[in-house]
Design a protein around this ligand. Structure first.
Ligand SMILES: Cc1cc2nc3c(=O)[nH]c(=O)nc-3n(C[C@H](O)[C@H](O)[C@H](O)COP(=O)(O)O)c2cc1C
Length: 310
């Protein structure tokens, strides 16, 4: 068995690398470019009950430290996702994670109910996106511990026994506190974290470089922030005796970025912007991690998870 094989909330992954929500299409789009076998898991775009066209262009702009996006949760909507995209996922040789988003508790419950149904068995895990900064109300659940607990427990009840990750927002004031609230409400694992709310302005036009005033920053600029947040979240969960598996996400371009996440306690490592920059990055990161594990004298990556010492 590979030194990188891992388990996320009871689901076996061939390696810790997870294609991040919204950067891999519904799944089939990414595997046209990168073999599914490079990933431990692939996350779908976030699905809402109704189809969404998303925001006006431009939706993405390159910045020196990464990308600013304001996609606005463009997706097929639940009914078409189930009818058109889901059947194609069976052919993908990777664990599939269904991402859920919404504007109300009812929205999350509706999608969670469908993803928990036996007809959606191809989705072995789900991820609750409570942190999208690109919709008028998209962040409300991720910013308030009470609301977050409400949406997590309602979604979990609708989902049933399937494991559920909750994806937190780095823009929230007390992320460790929100993490504890999510776990106490039923999150089986946490993804830390989503894009960072940010702005980029063209001085000549005096207007935003994207179709709305602000968007979400991803890529290398946010990596050190995400590493700190994951470290703080894990520390608090351990203090509160409610540690769950964690996925580190934000700015991973190289094996050493992924290794940092593992050291502060991530069992899964998400890749988003890296997939746009270099389709070979998952393979390079996998090889680099394998060599690092060997150099560290560890039997496998799991031995190094949480091995950070200040
Ligand atoms: C173009 C684009 C679309 C995204 N769409 C979603 C989405 O639908 N749902 C979600 O939870 N996160 C979405 N994200 C956030 C990513 O999943 C990830 O959290 C973020 O990009 C940080 O990781 P990175 O620095 O490796 O890209 C999107 C990011 C980008 C760049």
């Amino acid at each position: 068995m590979s030194r990188l094989a891992t388990t996320l909330c009871g689901v076996s992954l061939r390696n810790p690398l997870i294609a991040a929500a919204g950067t891999a299409g519904y799944g089939p789009e990414i595997v046209e470019v990168i073999p599914a076998s490079r990933f431990g898991a692939i996350t779908t775009k976030s699905i809402t009950p109704e189809s969404r066209a998303g925001n006006a262009p431009w939706r993405v702009t390159d910045l020196p430290g990464g990308m600013l996006n304001a996609i606005g949760l463009a997706n097929l909507g639940l009914e078409r996702f189930l009818a058109e995209a889901l059947p194609e996922l069976e052919a993908i040789d990777s664990v599939m994670i269904g991402s859920i988003a919404g504007h109300s508790i009812e929205d999350y419950v509706e999608v969670a109910g469908a993803f928990g149904d036996p007809t959606s068995a191809v989705l072995q895990l789900v991820e609750l996106n409570v942190s999208c900064p690109n919709t008028s109300k998209g962040r409300q659940f991720g910013d308030d511990a009470g609301l977050l607990a409400e949406v997590v427990s309602a979604a979990k009840a609708a989902l049933g026994s399937k494991p559920m990750l909750v994806k937190l927002s780095p823009g929230s004031a007390d992320l460790p506190g929100l993490a504890v609230a999510a776990v106490r409400a039923g999150a089986d694992g946490l993804t830390v974290s989503n894009t960072v709310p940010a702005m980029a302005i063209d001085p000549e036009t005096r207007r935003s470089r994207i179709g709305r005033a602000s968007g979400g920053l991803s890529g290398p600029a946010i990596h050190p922030l995400a590493v700190r947040l994951l470290h703080e979240v894990r520390t608090r969960l351990m203090e509160e005796e409610c540690l769950v598996p964690l996925v580190g996400l934000g700015g991973v371009l190289s094996w050493s970025d992924a290794a940092e996440f593992a050291l502060v306690g991530a069992t899964g490592v998400g890749l988003g912007t890296a997939l746009f920059i270099d389709p070979r990055s998952p393979r390079k990161i996998e090889r680099g991690l394998e060599d690092w594990v060997r150099r560290q004298g560890a039997a496998n990556l799991q031995e190094l998870v949480g091995a950070f010492e200040p």
